[in-house]
Design a protein around this ligand. Sequence first.
Ligand code: GTP
Length: 418
Amino acid sequence: MSANRTAFPIIFVAILSVCLMFLIIHNTTSFLSLLSFPVASLVPFVCISLMFIIILNLAMRQALTMYVASIIAFITISHFYIIPGLKVSNENLKIVADSKHLLLSFITLLPIFGLIKIPAHRILKSVIYLFGSVIAWGFFSLVIAKLDLPILHVVERALSSMGIKPPFQNFLLSPLQFVLISISTMVLVILLIKSLHNVYLLAIASLAALAMVYVSSLSIILFAILGSVLCLFSAIITSRNMAFNDELTGIPGRRSLTQYAQEVSGQFAVVMIDIDFFKNFNDKYGHDAGDDVIKLVASKIAKTGNRGRAFRYGGEEFTLVFDGKYIDDVRETIEDLRVQLESYPMAIRIQNRPQKSASESKNRRHAPVKQEIVKVTCSFGIAQSSLGSNDFKAAIKRADSALYKAKKGGRNCVRTVE
Ligand SMILES: Nc1nc2c(ncn2[C@@H]2O[C@H](COP(=O)(O)OP(=O)(O)OP(=O)(O)O)[C@@H](O)[C@H]2O)c(=O)[nH]1
């Protein structure tokens, strides 16, 4: 797990604690009300920052972060500029744009939008997604605002008829708000279990929930500032992952290896790994099945113990780097990995091939996908850094010649170069 990923929950808890502290202070003493004027003057700054994030994310084509950032901007703007205006002019419209309902609708829809994945290159789709979700969000706020009080009355009446005194006066949330926040929290927790990166969605939803419970200018501003910081974090981490991780396998790619080469100490062992007869495999089962095998092999290599760092070198080649180790320290680990790969039955999806005509190619999409179990082997070349030198390129070259020896020696074996 990368340092960024482990750092994220810590950042989340820290931000949330600071936010909570501010809100508690604000609601128990009038200390922070002294700050209300300078804080309010931050609003244009917050909005401009959010717009900057939106443009940044549009450039990076991350529809979800873009959506979250723009909704935060809309909530902030409407709280300060639209709702006060509506309050005076139209009592009916006021409830539609009420900050509490805008935030509640945002919290409820967040996991749904978290589940939608827009392909990175579909910029038009991303823009449609953004506008569609803003409209859905506005509409949903309206529905929630209209239903909130009637549902509260229905539940109160039902409880009274059963002789139970409705406890809602002591609660911070109405029944509808409570149900929607609970469902949203459950889905966000499931998303978080699927990927730790989704912690930022949970963090933003929590900030929104806190701001909703204590709706005030200060809590909205805190929500906007912290929410945008989280969006920015997410954008930076995602773009970093995009740049440094290999797209197909998800493990660090060549760029990461080049960077890591600057960080290793003077003593390290490096292993070059190549899948055997991969061209034949591609020819027999097709490129998609080949991709599946590359992914499976990568996932196995990434789990290598002995503090080895795995990288996709390119194509069907991988590199393992063991910082602070000699060849003898890693020989057994690599032999274990070789045996593990050799004995691992890989389940790959296979479609009918070869295609003969355009119409057949079209039908291929609907062709039944078969599963087949295949066995794959790899060859390994190990080298270590020369005494007192951390010339990484030279060590890679030596590992490559050891790999060549392994190929010449019949494949599915480990060779070393001192
Ligand atoms: N499916 C798939 N194939 C790839 C990818 N990258 C490279 N290849 C294929 O990997 C094959 C590599 O073949 P070769 O380098 O000739 O070697 P080989 O068939 O593995 O044989 P040996 O290395 O000699 O055991 C080529 O056919 C490439 O097209 C990829 O990302 N996906």
